[in-house]
Design a protein around this ligand. Structure first.
Ligand SMILES: [Zn+2]
Length: 243
């Protein structure tokens, strides 16, 4: 099988044997894959320290089922400023772990790839922000087809008016109107339009959240992310500790 050029973000790296590296990559062209880079820790000519978490690279790879073979890599960005700040490291680790949990192997998703690259660029150049985390999560869920219903009550189908408080139901992962609230958690009515605004623009930093809106958005997105990721993510505990 001949090698092909790809662009990728490094989601996870693990030293293997004496000098090899096994990396989980999210590639623009081939989707998520795992690959082994033989002798990568000794070959500066072929890898030049490029196989590091959060790095964006161009690579030559031989795609194989299971474990692909990484032949050489060149750095586009190492996201160096992320590594200087523990909160940024925690946030970027969470984004990479979430990507690994949500994306299937071998299925390209250029929109998701652009979102992840935009997040890493943002973290590399701006202070870490809870609003950026929520912006990333709702866009990630939307791209993957997991967007929650944000215009109508999921019980009575009545439209949300943007004024009357809403209710979120963790076990149903859904928003309802106040009449159908039952034992749900009260949610600020501005949340659906705010989340829709996050989807309408691709730019981090273009939507601002009040403290109440951040708390309510967190209630909804933490629940949805956990239900779709299907596991407790290690990086999330780290993010809570530093954030
Ligand atoms: Zn209702």
């Amino acid at each position: 099988m001949r090698s092909i050029p790809v662009e990728a973000v490094v989601l996870k790296v693990m030293d293997y044997r004496e000098a090899d590296v096994i990396a989980t990559l999210f590639t623009r062209e081939q989707g998520k894959l795992r690959g082994i880079a033989p002798n990568a820790r000794k070959s500066h000519k072929r890898f030049s320290g490029a196989l590091d978490i959060f790095a964006r690279l161009t690579l030559s790879i031989r795609v194989r089922e299971g474990l692909s073979r990484l032949e050489e890599a060149a750095v586009i960005s190492l996201s160096s400023h992320i590594r200087e700040d523990m909160t940024k490291v925690a946030f970027a680790s969470y984004a990479c772990e979430l990507t690994d949990a949500l994306l299937p192997d071998g299925l390209p998703n250029p929109r998701y790839y652009r979102l992840l690259c935009a997040l890493l660029e943002r973290l590399d150049t701006a202070p870490p922000s809870p609003a950026d985390r929520r912006f990333f999560e709702i866009n990630a869920l939307n791209i993957l087809g997991y967007r929650p219903e944000m215009g109508r009550c999921t019980v009575c189908d009545g439209p949300f008016d943007g004024v009357t408080p809403l209710s979120f139901h963790p076990s149903a992962h859904a928003l309802t109107c106040r009449n159908c609230a039952g034992a749900g958690i009260a949610i600020t009515p501005s949340i659906p339009p705010l989340l829709r605004a996050c989807l309408a623009t691709g730019r981090f930093g273009s939507v601002s959240f009040s403290d109440d809106e951040l708390a309510d958005t967190g209630t909804i997105l933490d629940n949805l992310v956990a239900s779709h990721a299907g596991k407790e993510m290690k990086s999330l505990r780290f993010l809570r500790e530093v954030g």
